[in-house]
Design a protein around this ligand. Structure first.
Ligand SMILES: [Ca+2]
Length: 237
């Protein structure tokens, strides 16, 4: 019975890891896959100048752009809206851009269709914010553009991460350090991403790599559902 209990616990943890579902993972090593170009004069390109994928070569280079807006970004629609307890993690290399970031979006009709229910951005911005730190935006039901507590360090890769829970608590991390905690009353799953601000950026390119969208498991629920089973079986045996 002891052996069965241990097996049950092992299965419990394995299942819990599987439950931490990865919805999307983009390393740019096999092209731009399902990403759609906004088109225009300036377009992002795959580049071998920078990369964070182990054994890989490419990242996405959002070009330095002083020409105009509504271009120089890629969109990726998800097949379905994620659960609301999502996370998005990516690598970000900034060469001094005035405003470049990744945009996490939720549209009422899925993908990029219908009403924009939520837009959360994370990177660097240039209007009404502290230009020495990384900035974030919670457009609907939140703080708008605001500051993190983490100083900008350009020309090196950083790991950016945003998490949302079911209560609308949002956490913004840079290199594993919590830089901002805030809330939103507009709590939605993700339906699409945009890489790049699609605005002029002072002519300074940025790079994105290893973009991952996933679902954060609810530890309490999983523990009860999965880990409780072997104990119940043991008790009834
Ligand atoms: Ca890569």
């Amino acid at each position: 019975m002891g052996r069965l209990l241990i097996a049950g616990i092992v299965i419990c943890f394995l299942t819990a890891n599987v439950q931490a579902t990865v919805v999307l993972w983009e390393d740019w090593e096999s092209g731009t896959d399902g990403w759609v170009d906004l088109s225009g004069t300036v377009v992002p390109t795959l580049s071998n100048e920078q990369n964070t994928t182990p054994g890989g070569t490419y990242s996405l280079k959002v070009q330095g752009n002083t020409i105009g807006n509504s271009m120089n970004a890629l969109d990726r629609n998800l097949d379905a809206a994620t659960a609301v307890n999502w996370y998005v993690e990516w690598s970000f290399f900034d060469t001094g851009a005035t405003r470049e970031y990744l945009q996490i979006r939720s549209y009422s009709e899925g993908g990029s269709s219908g009403a924009l229910q939520q837009l959360i951005s994370f990177g660097v911005y240039n209007a009404g914010v502290d230009l020495t730190v990384y900035n974030a935006r919670v457009t609907n039901g939140g703080v708008g553009w605001t500051n993190t507590t983490i100083r900008r360090v350009p020309n090196v890769w950083h790991t950016m991460r945003v998490e949302q829970d079911e209560a609308g608590n949002l956490k913004f991390f840079i290199d594993g350090q919590l830089g901002l905690e805030t809330t939103t009353t507009s709590i939605y799953g993700i339906t699409s991403l945009r890489v790049g601000s699609a605005l002029t950026n002072g002519g300074a390119a940025v790079y994105f790599d290893d973009i991952k969208v996933g679902i954060v498991p609810e530890p309490a629920t999983l523990a009860l559902l999965l880990c409780g089973l072997p104990f119940l079986r043991r008790r009834s045996a």
